[in-house]
Design a protein around this ligand. Structure first.
Ligand SMILES: *[C@@H]1O[C@H](CO)[C@@H](O)[C@H](O)[C@H]1NC(C)=O
Ligand SMILES: *[C@@H]1O[C@H](CO)[C@@H](O)[C@H](O)[C@H]1NC(C)=O
Length: 169
């Protein structure tokens, strides 16, 4: 019991070595944006799944609410209400030669390699260059990830953001 608490605390603090590789879910949190550059209205928004099909979600940002997230080993999972299967964050490779790509929350554990440091949620994917939020095709702010090109000019509705842990509503 004490060990579990200590392990959870260490995991929350981002001490990766303390978390067993097969997963030891952290306590739930919401992911909240901190704007680094670009559209300041994208500050203090919460990550929320946006249903697009059975077991498929795009990633939207909302000013109130937000999906319950937890880190399980290096999987960034979500506890989606009414869901009987696990859901995890993916850096989608669904387009080519673009300057940024979609993120998704799909059935399954999602991508490996997520952790937190002082810059918030990061991926160990060597192409990962950070998070973007832009007004997009669902008519709401959506989450994207930058790859390859770090220095790009962004559309005016976009912001480069960090995703930090915040308490659940
Ligand atoms: C955490 O991940 C492991 C696989 O690495 C899986 O067996 C376990 O069910 C996951 N836990 C949750 C709460 O999804
Ligand atoms: C967090 O990790 C990323 C990726 O390795 C790095 O670019 C960033 O500088 C780190 N942030 C801090 C505050 O250590």
């Amino acid at each position: 019991m004490l060990f579990t608490r200590v392990a959870t605390l260490l995991a929350v603090l981002g001490v990766a070595a303390a978390a067993p590789p097969t997963g030891n879910p952290t306590k739930p949190y919401r992911l909240k944006t901190t704007v680094v550059s670009g559209d300041a209205t994208k500050n203090n928004l919460y990550v929320q799944s946006y249903h697009t099909g059975a077991g498929l979600n795009d990633v939207a940002l909302v000013s109130e609410g937000g999906s319950a997230a937890f880190l399980n080993g290096t999987y960034q999972q979500f506890d989606l209400s009414g869901s009987t299967f696990p859901s995890g964050l993916k850096l989608a490779y669904n387009q080519y030669y673009t300057r940024w790509l979609d993120t998704q929350i799909n059935a399954g554990y999602g991508d490996e390699g997520f952790s937190f440091n002082g810059s918030g949620l990061i991926s160990s994917n060597p192409q990962f260059q950070g998070w973007l939020v832009c007004d997009w095709y669902h008519g709401v702010p959506q989450l994207f990830w930058q790859y390859y090109y770090a220095d790009i000019e962004l559309p005016s509705s976009c912001a480069k953001v960090e995703l930090h842990r915040a308490n659940l509503a």
